[in-house]
Structures are given as C-alpha cells and as structure tokens.
Design a binder for this molecule. Sequence first.
Ligand SMILES: *[C@@H]1O[C@H](CO)[C@@H](O)[C@H](O)[C@H]1NC(C)=O
Ligand SMILES: *[C@@H]1O[C@H](CO)[C@@H](O)[C@H](O)[C@H]1NC(C)=O
Length: 367
Amino acid sequence: MAYCFIKLFVLVLGLGYLMINEVEARAFFVFGDSLVDNGNNNYLATTARADAPPYGIDSPSHMPTGRFSNGKNIPDIISEYLEAEPTLPYLSPELRGQRLLIGANFASAGVGILNDTGVQFVNIIRIWQQLGYFEQYQRRVAALIGPLQTQQLVQQSLVLITLGGNDFVNNYFLVPNSVRSRQYSIPDYVPFLITEYQKVLERLYDLGTRSILVTGTGPLGCVPAELALHSLNGECAPQLQLAANLFNPQLTQLINQLNSNFGCNNCFIAANTNAMHLDFINDPQAYGFVTSKVACCGQGRFNGIGLCTGLSSVCPNRDIYAFWDAFHPSEKANRLIVQQIVQGSEQYMHPMNLSTVLALKPIETKV
Ligand SMILES: *[C@@H]1O[C@H](CO)[C@@H](O)[C@H](O)[C@H]1NC(C)=O
Ligand SMILES: *[C@@H]1O[C@H](CO)[C@@H](O)[C@H](O)[C@H]1NC(C)=O
C-alpha cells in the first residue's frame, strides 16, 4: 500500500517535471543598477525610486512600474528578443511557481561595483546581495524542478549585468572632495573598480551561468544632469568622459581575460554601450531624435536639474528624445542600444553579438 502510494507520488512528480520542462524560452537574469532595475526598489525604503508618474507614461498601463524609463528598459527589450515575458523584480510577490522559470531581475537602482557606492540611498540591494538572492533563487527553483534541471536552466540562461556608472557619478564626483576622490585619481580608481568587478563576474560564473552580457558605462559626461552642472554650450563634462573612456576598454580587457581564464571564448560578452550612445549623441538627427542633450522630463538647464517628478516639464513625444530623464535613456534609445547588442558589429560587441552567441548555444531540455 505504502509502496503503491510512493510509486504514484513519483509518477505525479515525474509528470510535473515533464510539464515544467516544456518551457521553451531561455531564462534571463538581470543584475545591476537603475539602468536595468525593473522595480525592486519599489519594495524598499530608499530614495532611489521611479514609482511615481510620469515614469512609465508610455508603458502598457501608462502607470509607473519602478523602471527608470518612460516605457521599456533594456532588459524588457532583450526579453522581447528572447520571446519571453519581461523579468519580474526578485522582490515581487508575483515571482513564484512557474514564473520563476522565466528568470528574475535582481537589479536595484543606486548600486555600484563597490559596497560603499549608493550609501546615500540607504536601503538598496548591493551587488553581493543580488548574487546572494540569485543563490536563494536557485534553491527555490530546485525545489520546483529538481537540482539537475535547475543547473541546466542556469547554464543555458542569459545574464545581463550593468554596473559602474554610480561608482563614478555618485561615489566619486557627486560631492567635491569625496572620500574616493581623495583616495584615488581617476586613472587609479578605474583599475581598482575593474579588480572588484572581476570578483563579481567570477562569482556569476561560479554560480553556473555561462552567457554573461556585461555592459560598459555610457558617456557619463554627456548626460543632461552633467551638462546642467558642468557644460556651458552642451559640450560633455571632461572628467566624467575621461572616466568612461578609461573604464570601458579596461572592462573589455577584463572580459577577454575571464574568457581565457575559464577556457570559454563566449561566456563573457562585452557590450560597448559607450560607442552605442555616442552614435546618437554625436548625430541625434540620424536616429530620429531632435536632441540628445535635453532630457524629456526634468527642469532647469538641459532639463537636467533634480529629479523627474509630477511637477517637471515633460516632452509630448518621448520618441524624439534620447534621454528620458537627467540620467536614463528613453525607450526609443534603449531600443537602439538593444538592436546593437543583438546584431552589432565587432565595434560594438566583443567577442561577438548576442544573436551569434545564442545561436551557438541552443536550448536543450533533458528530461
Ligand atoms: C563587499 O561586501 C561583500 C558582502 O558583504 C563582501 O564579501 C566583500 O568582501 C565586500 N567587498 C569589499 C571590497 O569590501
Ligand atoms: C553579428 O555577428 C555575426 C558573427 O560575428 C556577424 O556575422 C554579423 O555580421 C554580426 N552582425 C553585424 C550587423 O555585424
């Protein structure tokens, strides 16, 4: 009797596994800062948040979601490309059961590579805690589909990680004589950040992921917030540009080194988001923008002073602005960036673009 019961139980469990394994799409995991946060900070007591109008004005509900965009952000558009639902924030109560198999978004606005970046935002999910949540996620999925299938899901997944901007903007340049700026010159700070980033990326590999898309920083000195502070005629702020110009090539070098250390030529993929942004910063009209200097939502010079709030001036057509707010691209700009990530030439994607990487790694489901 007991034996029969166990057999039946195993059968039901087996059928459960079979059904769950019919998930065809690749799981997608997102780590990083406000450029990729899908709403985790909505659940936290922090000032780094985008949960009030006019954020989300062009989303399907026209309501704010916690994304720092008028509509979709970079992870959402990558999800579209994967033909998957957008990833839910890891802290969302809706992220449970089958929905866990789509992946998860662990990103939190305000964080950086360094633990001390974003202290002013108080309660944010620092990168090492994001990785801790990813371990917890894997345990939850293992309870659902078993440890082997979980390992396979993680191995076949795509990871996006976006970090670094806040380590410069908020931890180095925000206040004059910041602790970090007294400790390091920019040419010394960059290798320090790269060394710390290496530990984060190695940990992602150790946690089982094998397709890790790493974006560099954009042209930090050209965002409306920095133009408002440092620019007379709209020229990019030189110190922040120096930082971005040193950080991005050293990050690509790190990617090469990690691929070679792990004996895997396409586990880490560098996206040159600096070059992608510069294209439309240098020639906005060619990409359908009226300006790349003035934010759609904000106030003051370049609409770059303070936050985007219900009291800000908001442009009527978000598609003709490269920047939605003082720091973050519009959905339209995010689409241009993802197009290059997916299909771009070697000038943008190293060692290869995303469509090539994923074609080399077809999804298999072992049962
Ligand atoms: C950052 O925090 C993590 C986890 O708390 C810790 O393991 C790591 O050593 C810290 N990094 C530095 C540079 O202090
Ligand atoms: C994407 O990468 C593949 C392989 O490297 C290449 O053949 C293709 O031309 C790339 N796309 C573009 C637009 O360069």
